[in-house]
Design a protein around this ligand. Sequence first.
Ligand code: LIP
Length: 245
Amino acid sequence: MDPLELAIGAAQSAGRLLRTHFGSALNVNALEAHDIKLELDVQSQALITGMILDQFPDHAIYGEEGLAGNQASPFHWILDPIDGTVNFFYGIPHFCISIALREKTEIILGVIYDPIRDEMWQVRKGEAAFMNGKPCAVSARATIPESILSVGFSKTKTTIDSGLPLFMDMVYRARKCRLMGSAALDMAYIASGRLDGYVEQSVSLWDVAAGILLIEAAGGSVKMQPHPELPDKFSIIATNGLIPL
Ligand code: LIP
């Protein structure tokens, strides 16, 4: 089976599961000051994992809810089963499923699916990025004063403290700053020219893997640095490739 078609099918199946439970009572696995972990995150990842390992039993799964499959495989599926879990829990219809496939060190495909708006972003390495079958492209806005920027503060006092100075600077300079709560949708919105930039001090690969390939295919740029203190965390600056962030 074509791995991109598989990723799209898995995102649609997980999307149906999320739509079914959206707005209903949810089992909470962990409640933290700035984060919530749902049993549905685990169910969504299990559904996607089952579909992938069914077709590619020797591949590896690297997801927000854990690892599965053959971790020695050159093929790693990078999953965020609900990106924007806190939004989901509060009934805010801004969340998605993000699936990427990495071959050795290179991301070769990505899918981001918003099951409420039924918006599916897809990209294969070396090809154009699409949203619902139409090619998508970053905006042409080139200056910060005319831009809309999204900022993420992640989940801890440390990451909030490190993100605030940047936010305080940008909120005065940009036309608008938004805190949307889903890194993957922020990236997809840049690829579709809705946002011009997104910054966050501490994200996980599963939050942004599909979005990186989408933005680059849509003409934008992504800069990522390993976080100096937090393992497997990255600071990210994603833009349309024009605004000087
Ligand atoms: C979320 C990210 C968001 C970040 C949140 C959280 P999750 O991912 O998309 O950018 O600010 O703290 O990490 O936890 O909903 O998958």
